[in-house]
Design a protein around this ligand. Structure first.
Ligand code: SF4
Length: 301
């Protein structure tokens, strides 16, 4: 029996569903029941019929799925797959900011640990951050952990006062402006589509800025035939699948999230078979961090 057949059988036997982020390996995306970015996956995780969720992504995603679905079993194919940015803020600074600013809303990008969510007022994703910050009654916003997304949102919501944190996604932060400019030179007809986790200098020369799903949607509806994509290169699989007549270019140094690539078909089969790598969140942490996630889902409706 090949590995795909094995996964299908195990899925049925264990009443399981497979969720995969756009940045995991194409082979994994191919066998997933649902593929998407953090926002889509966190929404879809709520209300699934299956008892077991296999989350093909990094740890904060599995954690969020468990927080929103405490009665379900959430399995991670690789427990060591983590997001560096998820840890780039601290509770002490949050407390300090709350003491400094009256009327402060702590807005937490979903790419963060449950502990950071627990101390935040609302979660956001790159797809809904602008909408949610606009909807908040608070004037002062402490946006954690990503400084680049924070600056992007601050520009769209000038009526609010932002306090910036120093976190960043190493994959997007290390994208090189010169390489994007070189790609533009080589493909003058191409539009530049950029994730807001990229540095401001790259956002400034972009034709479109949006979440991974936003980028996929834009490329599909644009009349243009060529695109320079400034985000993690795993998204190429979906872009090419949905748009076989279009061309997609990445920077010379391809942006790759090594943690997302830790998920393999063999590891998926293994956790389905053994039930290993189950995500556990203490009840106290779950209840506290669920508030910020649920508020996001409510405000994003
Ligand atoms: S691409 Fe960046 S934000 Fe996404 S999981 Fe990897 S390190 Fe985290």
């Amino acid at each position: 029996m090949d590995i795909i057949e094995k996964i299908k059988k195990l899925k049925e036997k264990k009443n399981a569903v497979i969720l995969a982020h756009y940045y995991v390996e194409p082979k994994v995306q191919e066998i997933a029941d649902y593929i998407g970015d953090s926002f889509y996956l966190s929404k879809i995780a709520v209300g699934l019929q299956e008892q077991t969720i296999v989350f093909c992504g990094v740890s904060f995603m599995g954690e969020s799925a468990k927080i929103l679905n405490p009665q379900k079993t959430v399995l991670m194919p690789d427990m060591s797959a983590d997001c560096a940015m998820a840890h780039m803020a601290d509770v002490e600074t949050i407390r300090k900011m709350r003491d400094t600013y009256e009327d402060l809303a702590v807005v937490c990008y979903i790419n963060s640990t449950a502990e950071l969510k627990q101390h935040s007022d609302v979660c956001v994703t790159s797809a809904n951050a602008v909408k949610i910050v606009k909807a908040l009654p608070n004037k002062n916003i402490f946006f954690i952990p990503d400084k680049n997304l924070a600056h992007y949102v601050a520009e769209q919501v000038p009526e609010k006062h932002f306090v910036f944190n120093k976190g960043f996604c190493p994959v997007h932060e290390n994208m090189c402006l010169e390489e994007v400019l070189k790609a533009k030179e080589e493909h003058p007809e191409a539009e530049v589509l950029t994730h807001p986790e990229c540095p401001e200098a790259i956002c400034k020369i972009s034709d479109y800025i949006g979440s991974t799903s936003g980028i996929i949607r834009y490329a599909g509806t644009s009349e243009k035939k060529e695109f320079i994509i400034c985000t993690e290169s795993g998204v190429r699989f979906q872009l090419e699948k949905e748009n076989p007549d279009k061309k997609f270019y990445f920077t010379k140094t391809e942006p790759v999230c090594r943690d997302m690539k830790l998920v393999t078909l063999e590891k998926i089969a293994h956790v389905l078979e053994t039930g290993e790598n189950e995500v556990h969140v203490t009840e106290e942490l779950r209840i506290e961090s669920e508030k910020a996630l649920s508020k996001m889902l409510e405000l994003a409706k």
